[in-house]
Design a protein around this ligand. Structure first.
Ligand SMILES: [Zn+2]
Ligand SMILES: [Zn+2]
Length: 340
C-alpha cells in the first residue's frame, strides 16, 4: 500500500520536525487507522519540553500523542473491524499472555507498549498500526475530538472505579486539569452527591463549576480543613504535599486515589492518620478494561468531554499545540488534526 504518512516527530527538547514516515507494518491482529484527532496530554508536553519524564528519556526521535481517534483503513478480512469504521483508540498494546494480562490487569503488563511511551511511537501521524482489539467503534453522535478524549475520560473513570465511588459519596478532586475535570464529572455521574474540585487557578476553577453537580473551589481562599469531610479524594495534581494535605480531609474509612504524577514519596503521607482513620490508598496507573464503559458514558450524555477543548491545530502546528499552555492561561485541552 503506497500512502503518505506525515508525522510530527520529536528529536529533542522543543524540536519537532514534520516528516514523511513509512506506513507502519501491521503486526498480527492489527489494523491500520487513519488518525483523525489527537488530544495533547500533559505527558506529551513534558516530553516536548524536556525529552524525558523521570527516568524515561527519549534516546531516538519519537512521535508523541496517545489520545487518538481515527478511521480504519486496512483490516484483516473477517475481523471484528471493517474498513471505514470510526474508532476510539486505546493506546495499550499488552503482551496478552503474562500473568497480569491473563488476570485482566494488562496495564500492569511488564512488557506493555503504550502509544508515545518511549520507545513506542504515538499517534501524531496520518497512519498508525494498532491492535484491532484496542480500537473501539464509536457512534456518529461522538465527534472525532470526543472519541480522542475517551483516553483521559478512561483515567477519570478508572480512578472512580478503583476507589468505588458510589451513591451518596462526598468526593474531593484535587487539580482541575483535564483528568480532574473528567474524574469530577464521572463522580457525579455515578452518584456522588458532593463533588468539590480544588485548584490554584481561577480559570480552571470557573471551568469546573460549569459542570452539573460539580463545585469549583479556589485553593488558597479555602484550605483543606475548611472544605468539610470526604469519602473519596482523587488527587490529580501531583503537587508536592497534595496527597498528604488532601488525605487530612478524608472521613474514617475514606479512600484516596493517587492519579497525579509528581514527586509524592509515600513518606509524605501521614501513616498515623491512615491507621487511625483506616484510610485506603489506591495507585491509579492508566486503566484496564474500561474503554467500552467510558464510551457508553459519553454516548449516554452523562459526561461532557467536548467542552475541555480550548485550542485546535493542524499537524504542522504541533509546536504551537505543545506550548499553548505556556502562553494561554485558559488553555485546557488542545487537539491536533493529522489530516489537516
Ligand atoms: Zn494522557
Ligand atoms: Zn502481559
Amino acid at each position: 500500500m503506497t500512502m503518505d504518512n506525515i508525522a510530527a516527530v520529536l528529536y529533542g527538547p522543543r524540536e519537532i520536525r514534520i516528516e514523511n514516515r513509512d506506513v507502519p507494518q501491521r503486526r498480527p491482529g492489527d489494523v491500520l487507522v487513519r488518525v483523525l484527532a489527537v488530544g495533547v496530554c500533559g505527558s506529551d508536553v513534558h516530553y516536548y519540553r524536556h525529552a524525558q519524564i523521570g527516568d524515561t528519556r527519549i534516546d531516538k526521535p519519537i512521535i508523541l500523542g496517545h489520545e487518538a481517534s481515527g478511521v480504519v483503513v486496512e483490516a484483516d478480512d473477517g475481523g471484528q473491524l471493517a474498513v471505514g469504521q470510526r474508532v476510539s483508540i486505546e493506546p495499550h498494546r499488552p503482551c496478552g499472555h503474562c500473568r497480569e494480562c491473563i488476570a485482566g490487569r494488562y496495564n500492569m503488563c511488564r512488557t506493555v507498549e503504550f502509544l508515545a511511551h518511549p520507545p513506542t511511537d504515538g499517534a501524531l501521524a496520518q497512519i498508525i498500526a494498532v491492535p484491532a482489539a484496542f480500537c473501539f467503534p464509536v457512534s456518529d453522535s461522538v465527534s472525532d475530538d470526543e472519541a480522542a478524549l475517551v483516553e483521559p475520560l478512561a483515567v477519570g473513570l478508572w480512578a472512580a472505579t478503583r476507589t468505588r465511588i458510589t451513591a451518596g459519596d462526598r468526593v474531593l478532586v484535587v487539580g482541575a486539569g483535564p483528568i480532574g475535570l473528567l474524574a469530577a464529572q464521572v463522580a457525579n455521574a455515578v452518584g456522588a452527591t458532593t463533588v468539590i474540585v480544588v485548584d490554584v487557578s481561577t480559570p480552571r476553577i470557573n471551568k469546573a463549576s460549569t459542570y452539573p453537580g460539580v463545585n469549583g473551589t479556589l485553593l488558597g481562599d479555602v484550605g483543606y480543613s475548611e472544605l468539610g469531610e470526604f469519602d473519596v479524594v482523587i488527587e490529580c495534581s501531583g503537587a508536592p504535599g497534595a496527597l498528604r494535605d488532601a488525605a487530612s480531609a478524608l472521613a474514617p474509612r475514606g479512600r484516596i486515589a493517587a492519579v497525579g504524577i509528581g514527586r509524592n514519596p509515600l513518606s509524605e503521607l501521614d501513616i498515623l492518620l491512615i491507621q487511625s482513620r483506616e484510610l485506603e490508598l489506591y495507585g491509579v496507573y492508566r486503566y484496564a478494561g474500561i474503554y467500552d464503559r467510558a464510551i457508553a458514558l459519553l454516548e449516554a450524555g452523562r459526561v461532557d468531554v467536548a467542552s475541555l477543548v480550548t485550542h485546535r491545530f493542524p499537524l504542522a502546528q504541533t509546536d504551537e499545540a505543545m506550548s499553548i499552555g505556556e502562553t494561554d492561561p485558559d488553555a485546557i485541552k488542545a487537539i491536533i488534526y493529522p489530516q489537516r
